[in-house]
Ligand binder design. Structure first.
Ligand SMILES: *Cc1c(COP(=O)(O)O)cnc(C)c1O
Length: 421
């Protein structure tokens, strides 16, 4: 159901129409992009408050602008809830998004030209982990680890060897296309041996960690970087958490005044709301269900002949190599989009194809879980994907249209949070 936006409708009908169309799209489609979700109506409302009007450079109690009577308690609520939820000594809730949060870690612990280490982008890492086209790969010397060709998993002997040889200032673990549990303890040990600061970038899995469905990087990582808008189900934003108070001080200085100006207070408020939601028992059930759904979906896809990187999943995410299906990832993703199934094309490890036209697609279960779908629905989801990929190969637009109608019917029975509350 489209929401009411009376002022927007009156002031800017063109923009309002686009927002309404996006609301219908998000309501009617099966959204499988693993970095996306549906926020609650409460989170949505918080982002639309007058807190957006306020400048607050600095930190609670130490601001460069007056009039912080309400803003300071808002930010303190977010900080305290983040610390309690993740069990850290320190939390900074001001980073504008995940990429600037990671940049703050560089600023806090490295100098330009220093060596940093992370997972290679085509192996499942993130641009900001030292990849060449990113500022982090241009301004720092990025050395990169990957996954084994035979297992699709990280080889810790290789990571240790590389770390001891290259002596990076920073080691990043975590990524954007990692379907398996991150072994934070193993990374922590290697970082200590190599004298590096370990940054656990848990952007994708923060909600699973908060909900007890993935091990915590505490106490193994020095710094935890996360977006707030993926499995954590908050607004677009980020946080930097530190396991020690002195590390936290360096992080704070790097975020402000090192990198940013005024924090986005409306986002901070929405982060506080999302963190409160994530501390409820229902969130633990959601996190467990995200993983159960992903495992059920992976199994149903494997039964239908899909080649899953690493053979399956431990978390919310599935990476598939479509080579055996004879369809490039991009063609499959675009066809699935026409069938009402929204995914993204993605490289797979050792992909012989180019990043803009890779072999794989990446899918995940956070959004459909937030709508209330369970393991009993996963065979149907796998079936739609299978039929959609087959239709993509043969160019069967009628089949795609038929899937789209079936998808819309199921979605209508499971209204999306934020759009229906
Ligand atoms: C999403 C993501 C980021 C970047 O977040 P943005 O908010 O898109 O800048 C960083 N690291 C990882 C591992 C991510 O998944």
């Amino acid at each position: 159901m489209p929401l009411d936006h009376p002022a927007l409708n009156a002031a800017d009908p063109d923009l309002a129409a686009l927002v309404g169309a996006e609301e219908r799209l998000q309501a009617d489609t099966l959204r499988l992009i693993p970095s996306e979700n549906y926020v609650s109506a409460a989170v949505l409302e918080a982002t639309g408050t007058v807190l957006t009007n306020k400048y607050s450079e600095g930190y609670p109690g130490r601001r460069y602008y007056e009039g912080q009577q309400n803003i300071d308690p808002v930010e303190l609520l977010a900080i305290d809830r983040a610390k309690a939820l993740f069990g850290t000594e320190h939390a900074n809730v001001q980073p504008y998004s995940g990429s600037p949060a990671n940049l703050a870690a560089y600023l806090a612990f490295a100098e330009p030209g220093d060596t940093v280490m992370g997972m290679a982008l085509p192996m499942g890492g993130h641009l900001t982990h030292g990849w060449g086209v990113s500022a982090t790969g241009k301004w720092f010397r990025g050395v990169q680890y990957g996954v084994r060709r035979d297992t699709g998993r990280i080889d810790f002997d290789e990571v240790r060897e590389l770390a001891l040889k290259e002596r990076p200032k920073l080691i990043f673990c975590g990524g954007t296309a990692v379907p398996r549990t991150i072994d934070f303890a193993a990374f922590g040990e290697i970082a200590r041996e190599a004298g590096a600061v370990l940054v656990a970038d848990v952007a994708h899995i923060a909600g699973l960690i908060a909900g007890g469905a993935h091990p915590s990087p505490v106490p193994h990582a020095d710094v935890i970087s996360t977006t707030t808008h993926k499995t954590l189900r908050g607004p677009r934003g980020a946080m930097l958490l530190a396991t020690k108070a002195d590390t936290g001080k360096l992080i704070d200085k790097a975020v402000f005044p090192g990198l940013q100006g005024g924090p986005h207070n409306h986002t901070t408020a929405a982060i506080a709301v999302a963190l409160r939601e994530a501390a409820q028992p229902s969130f633990r059930a959601y996190a467990a269900q995200v993983v159960a759904n992903a495992k059920a979906l992976a199994e149903a896809l494997a039964e239908r002949g899909f080649d899953l990187v690493s053979g399956g999943t431990d978390n919310h995410l599935i990476l598939m190599d479509l080579t055996p299906k004879d369809v490039p990832g991009k063609i499959a993703a675009k066809a699935l989009d026409r069938a009402g199934i929204v995914v993204n094309y993605n490289t797979v490890p050792y992909d012989p194809r180019k990043p803009f036209d890779p072999s794989g697609v990446r899918i995940g279960t956070p959004s459909l879980t937030s709508r209330g779908l369970g393991t009993e629905h996963m065979p149907a989801v796998a079936d739609w994907i299978d039929r959609g990929v087959t239709a993509a190969a043969s160019g069967d637009e009628t089949a795609l249209k038929a899937i789209r109608a079936e998808v819309a019917e199921l979605m209508a029975a499971y209204p999306a949070p934020g759009l229906a509350e």
